[in-house]
Design a protein around this ligand. Structure first.
Ligand code: ATP
Ligand code: MG
Length: 275
């Protein structure tokens, strides 16, 4: 791999006494697509949020495009412009049209003029297949369309890397495909992407690597065929079996007791909202 586009070194993050990330090392090369999977509370969102410093790491280093974000002297706003982020909730401005949602951050953050911002907005709406919704307001769009607008908004800023935190989890099943198709297009275009997702088909077909996290550490990191198809750790197998067939996993667990709850994370697994 050439110079990694994203590099995380010995990353730790605690909230009070709760150590949520316990030493993460991860490199993502230019144009690589890495899917991050793992149980609720394992630290996936926290890791993603540390990669653009929405959360400040307790210890360790994060580099994007060769710049150290964790350097106290770094111009964090300048680095953040190179990182696009898409959340489960689309966070569009309800009182602005689709086009205005795309032009506002360009004008405010990148200081682009009205004409240029409008042109870039139109280009990116076309990329996500929503040119005809340019004048519409978010409330009139489906969840899938709103998420595609959110992706176009991030793309309009010209990011070098894109971070996705469960971008399809809030969508009705029939709307998931269109959003994944846009992400697949971005992957094909060579965008560097880090994607927290439970969409195993997407991970299998689009990801170059899959990272399985549990209890704030990376348990397994490899190709989709390795991590999903032939996991080498029991924790990964357990997670995948639950994901692929939750009803069967519940049945199997009834006889098992709590002994397979790993990493002291029992209390962290339940009822944690996303992000
Ligand atoms: N801002 C915060 N303050 C305190 N604790 C937090 C904060 N953000 C996350 N945590 C805790 O960190 C742990 C990991 O949370 P995180 O959201 O990273 O997990 P996750 O793997 O993304 O889970 P999910 O699949 O449910 O989204 C949880 O125990 C959570 O309660
Ligand atoms: Mg999360």
């Amino acid at each position: 791999m050439s110079r990694p586009e994203i590099e995380v070194r010995d990353l730790h993050k605690s909230f009070g006494t709760n150590e949520v990330l316990r030493g993460i090392d991860l490199e993502i090369g230019q144009g690589e697509v890495v899917c991050v999977i793992g149980p609720s509370g394992s630290g996936k969102s926290t890791l993603l949020r540390c990669v653009n410093l929405l959360e400040e790491p307790t210890k360790g280093q994060v580099f994007v495009g060769g710049t150290e974000l964790t350097d106290p002297d770094v111009d964090i706003d300048a680095v953040r412009r190179r990182i696009g982020m898409v959340f489960q909730q689309f966070n569009l401005f309800p009182h602005l049209s689709v086009t205005e949602n795309l032009t506002l951050p360009q004008r405010r953050v990148l200081r682009r003029g009205k004409a240029e911002a409008g042109r870039v907005a139109a280009e990116n709406l076309e990329r996500v297949g929503l040119s005809e919704k340019a004048a519409a307001y978010p409330a009139s769009l489906s969840g899938g369309q709103q998420q595609r607008v959110a992706i176009a908004r991030a793309l309009a800023m010209g990011p070098e890397v894109m971070l996705f935190d469960e971008p399809t989890s809030a969508l009705d099943p029939e709307l998931v495909g269109d959003v994944l198709a846009v992400m697949r297009m971005l992957a094909d275009e060579g965008m560097t992407m880090m994607v927290v997702t439970h969409e195993m088909t997407f991970a299998r077909e689009v990801a170059d690597r899959v990272v399985f996290m549990d209890g704030g550490v990376i348990v397994e990191d490899g190709t989709p065929a390795e991590v999903i198809g032939n996991p080498s750790h029991e924790r990964t197998r357990h997670f995948l079996s639950r994901l692929l067939d939750p009803a069967m996993a519940e049945l199997a667990e009834d006889g098992e007791g709590a002994s397979d709850q790993v990493g002291g994370q029992v209390g962290d697994r339940k009822g944690e909202p996303g992000q």
